[in-house]
Design a protein around this ligand. Structure first.
Ligand code: KG4
Ligand code: ZN
Length: 326
């Protein structure tokens, strides 16, 4: 059984013994945050507390399992919202202790990458992975020994840039899907949006200039023009994020001679990004593994998949296990 509560999704999953197949994967996305236009940490903790028991029961039922079938427990311990993480960690500790089971602490980012193993059980390191979520945008070289950071965002994460851009355009939250919808029928080349850090060999990202660029474009338009131009602005903004991500991932593949690429995190659910990368990887004869959209956004199955290769803490040595925000 795996549990994930690092942000605004309350998640539990049941995996097979090898941790390479999800028997159930229940995600309750908190709706309490929509009215604030972003995740409110204290609201998230309280909502996890209210929901987690029911989500765990649903995960067991959907897998046709009971607690007697569970042989180990995995939980996200970092990084994330500290109060939100603590709800999952406390529940996991309680469950594991009561049943005398081992407990595996999992890093959320390793979880995102591990979603690729559920998609392609034959996948083996080494590969280069891009994680693009609401909290992180980073490139890693993944080997048997772990994940080495190759580059990351110097300011906002890609998902954060999409969420903030969507907010500026008066669209809903989360911004990624809202922006994609608004971009339908828009001309991505009507407006010139910047892609930062294009220099050779640079594997970092920056999205603050993109946000500023959207702000100035909106300030130059009156309300009616802003509405009419919405599909073009959304399409251009989304395309700039997609270009930044795909450019750096392909560059990393090139620099590190990686034959296989993995893309994970909520932004990997983006259809434009998936399309561009599929085309480019085909041209370059690179293998591309992108989990299905529901395995890209936060879920517990990916945490269970990461736990399959992570060390478990035996009963009862995990009672002082703590969550960490970073
Ligand atoms: O990985 P995730 O579910 O949570 C974090 O760990 O942050 O990622 C959430 C982010 C949000 O910023 C959301 O706008 C973005 O992923 N996102 C998308 C799509 N679905 C979610 N961005 C672009 N296109 C999507 N279809
Ligand atoms: Zn995430």
């Amino acid at each position: 059984m795996s549990i994930e509560t690092s942000c605004d999704d309350t998640c539990a999953a049941i995996l097979n013994e090898e941790g390479r197949r999800a028997l159930s994967n229940v995600v309750h996305t908190q709706t309490e945050h929509a009215r604030y236009g972003g995740v409110v940490p204290e609201v998230a903790s309280r909502a996890h507390l209210e929901r987690l028991d029911a989500v765990i029961e649903e995960a067991l039922a959907a897998a046709g399992a009971t607690l007697d079938d569970v042989t180990r427990v995995a939980v996200t311990v970092r990084p994330g919202l500290i109060g939100a993480l603590l709800v999952g960690v406390s529940a996991a500790k309680g469950l594991a202790y009561a049943r005398k089971l081992p407990l595996t602490p999992v890093n959320h980012l390793e979880g995102h990458v591990a979603a690729a193993y559920l998609t392609d059980p034959a996948l083996q390191p080494p590969f280069v992975a891009l994680i693009a979520s609401g909290g992180h945008t980073a490139l890693y070289s993944v080997s048997e020994n772990g994940m080495d950071l190759l580059g990351q965002s110097l300011d906002d994460a890609a998902g954060e840039a999409l969420d903030k851009g969507a907010r500026m355009l008066g669209l809903g939250f989360p911004g990624g899907p809202a922006l994609s919808k608004a971009a339908q029928g828009g001309d991505p080349s009507r407006y010139d949006f910047p892609v930062a850090l294009k220099e050779k060999n640079n594997l970092d990202f920056s999205f603050s200039g993109l946000k500023t660029s959207l702000l100035y474009k909106l300030q130059a338009l009156d309300e009616r023009a802003g509405r009419e131009e919405l599909p073009h602005l959304a399409a251009g903004y989304e395309a700039a994020v997609v270009e930044a991500l795909s450019r750096k991932l392909l560059r990393a593949a090139d620099l590190y001679d990686a034959p296989t690429l993995v893309v994970a995190g909520g932004v990997a659910a983006n259809l434009a990004l998936r399309r561009v990368l599929a085309e480019e990887c085909q041209k370059r004869d690179l293998k591309l593994v992108v989990p299905s959209p529901e395995l890209c956004t936060d879920n517990a199955a990916m945490i269970g998949a990461a736990a399959a290769t992570a060390p478990a803490v035996p009963y009862p040595n995990y009672l002082d296990l703590n969550a960490r925000s970073t």
